[in-house]
Design a protein around this ligand. Sequence first.
Ligand code: SF4
Length: 460
Amino acid sequence: MTEAPRQLTLEQWDLRYLQLEQAGLAHPSYVGPLSRHLAEGDLRLTKLRYDDSPAALRLWNFLLTEEDRLHEARRRGKRIVGTMKDLGTIPVMAYSLGDLVAFYPDGAWWTPCVMENSTGLLDIADSMGIDESFCPVRAMLGAFVTCEHFPIPDLLTCSVGATCDDFSAIAQRLEGLGHRILWWEVPHRRHPEEGEDAVRLPGGFLAPKGLVAFVESELRRVGRALEDLAGRSLDEARLRAGIARTNRIRQCLADLRDLAYTVDPCPMPALEMLIAEMLAIHFCSDQDECLAVLEDLLAEVRERVIAGIGVSGPGAVRVFWVNPVADLRVMNLLEQCGARVCGTDYLFAHALDLIPEDRPAMEALAMQALADPMVGPAFDRASRIRQDIARFRSEAVVVCRIPGASHCAWEGRIIQEVLHQDMDIPIVEIEVPPVSDSVAATLRTRLEALVETVRQRRPR
Ligand code: SF4
């Protein structure tokens, strides 16, 4: 009988890694014992619990070696594009051109957590007037100042318009430091007026056709800058092929989410699934390897589903999770409280949707950019969450507030309002700082109370 998976400490994983090596585990060159990342300052790794599969080991190593990959790409003469804020659109164009590598400097969002505030990135942002009234993305400013995390990109792009105040203020401050930014606009996604030509976007929102055309023209402008950088044209065939490659990754993730968020017992922990979802936005700087990593994870999940084994006991409380968690450790905590994740909105649901392949490529990309749940009314985002809750049969909702984030002040109330129109589902709001140890007891109590509430409501 196949053994049930376990969640391991860092030390336990190192031991298991040695055993796997001795048994002849074949893996790509970037895979190694996880504890080697401690030497780079990733101190939070000692506090996390990890899935014990080789597929999860590969996933973690892929994530934690991204900076090495970016520096290596620069050494090999590839041009680097820092894409900011749009979460899932410009990288599709950049990777369609072949010789460009795109990444999100916004990813520094997690550095204070992963390095347990040891790098001073937030202090640097503070000293520049971007204090804790802004969300953790302000760490990105510090990363640009110290140049110690990612290589300074050859081209920086940033979406503006329907963007949170936090990001626009921080990106403007960045430009003030001398980093030239190619701004492109995503307008607020309004509802079409009566009789106005409308388009159904990936994910289901409706938008006026004119807005799609406007975003398409903005993307063409960004496309010209990318072409100049790459020295080749981003023609229809290239972009179509790039979209098809992206969709293969998105389809793999969709299959993974379908199993991980529906099958009981849960076949893959919430933390590894969060990382898998994050790969969708820029493929962690290597599109081909990204697909291989996700396919590995999907194969592992399929095996577990067939064997009927999972990481939590059967019947764990099914939670829909809203917003990424600033401290990764809290995803472990949720499971330790007797729950599991069944459905997510980590602020980039549009990066999980398939991009239409039956339209001109740039128009299709504009449609996916406008499908961003954060560029339209919060009520629309809440409606999409409601649909996903029904699809994944979630029994409770955690709205995870991000410290300082401008949208977090009111979105919990709106989500509650929309869900409670026709759903009787318990919702809890928690706020998680990048290192949550000081509030761990409070968080545990609130999550346990949610779990208890759901259990009491289940039919006996
Ligand atoms: S406020 Fe929210 S949407 Fe804006 S950068 Fe921060 S986490 Fe992202």
